[in-house]
Ligand binder design. Structure first.
Ligand SMILES: CC(C)(COP(=O)(O)OP(=O)(O)OC[C@H]1O[C@@H](n2cnc3c(N)ncnc32)[C@H](O)[C@@H]1OP(=O)(O)O)[C@@H](O)C(=O)NCCC(=O)NCCS
Length: 214
């Protein structure tokens, strides 16, 4: 997750000083693009840590989740998620939510990247994974990746894409454990609302140019 992101309830109490404002709004991001093929439909089992359940939410529950977690800035992302029937998977223990993650189909808007992507048929995009700090390093993040691979395969997808901010070792590891490989790299400079890419960021984007601003 990029700086300044996170559940609305966790953001509310944070006062942003000038240093943090500059870091959040003027910054160079380096992204690794990862891909996995599941052409033969072979996906591993979903093995959550003891006592943890992994559940995909139905449409109404996804809508409720968005209302309780999203802030105004996230709305294009989640409007796209509802329009295109994206999947949301949640990890829980004893009724407490430990983490969640999304799978996008057809069209995905990523708030941190400020980017709308059109995905070809058969391609799914993994995004917005989050595990509460107190539940990390126990295998929840890896289980959320496994569950999404399985779900995407059930929805007839044979190609999975995602991105990781360079240096996010936990996220990279959780993906690599499930067969994702780094297939490209890109950078973007965020300057207030402007995002300038050093090269075309992701496969199959709606923007065809090699350098673009969104
Ligand atoms: C990325 C994230 C979802 C991983 O969740 P998690 O439940 O801690 O993941 P896991 O426990 O399954 O660990 C995944 C792998 O990362 C490793 N790992 C976890 N935390 C680590 C850390 N701080 N340093 C190094 N490796 C770490 C684990 O050992 C595991 O690798 P292994 O299978 O080779 O042992 C979680 O850290 C998170 O929510 N981060 C903030 C949001 C974010 O970055 N989301 C992803 C981009 S949208």
């Amino acid at each position: 997750m990029l700086p300044g992101r996170g559940p609305a309830s966790e953001r509310e109490a944070v006062r942003v000083g000038p240093g943090e404002f500059l870091r959040n709004h003027f910054r160079l991001f380096r992204l690794s693009i990862l891909e996995r093929s599941i052409r033969e439909g072979r996906v591993g089992p979903v093995v959550p840590p003891d006592g943890v359940t992994i559940e995909f939410l139905a449409r109404e529950a996804r809508r409720d989740w968005i209302c309780s977690h999203a802030s105004e800035i996230d709305w294009p992302q989640f409007r796209s998620a509802l329009q295109h029937d994206h999947d949301l998977v949640v990890a829980r223990r004893n009724g407490e939510t430990l983490g969640w993650a999304w799978i996008g189909y057809e069209s995905v808007f990523l708030t941190p990247l400020g980017r709308q992507m059109q995905l070809p048929a058969g391609t799914a995009y993994l995004y917005e994974a989050y595990v509460r700090p107190s539940a990390r390093r126990c295998g929840v993040g890896t289980a959320l990746v496994a569950a999404r691979c399985r779900r995407a395969s059930e929805r007839q997808c044979d190609r999975l894409l995602t991105h990781v901010v360079e240096g996010n070792t936990p996220s990279l590891r959780a993906l690599q454990v499930h067969g994702f490989e780094v297939t490209g790299r890109t950078h973007f400079l965020k300057a207030l609302a402007l995002r300038v890419w050093t090269r075309s960021p992701l496969p199959a984007t709606s923007a065809a140019s090699t350098t673009s601003a969104a």
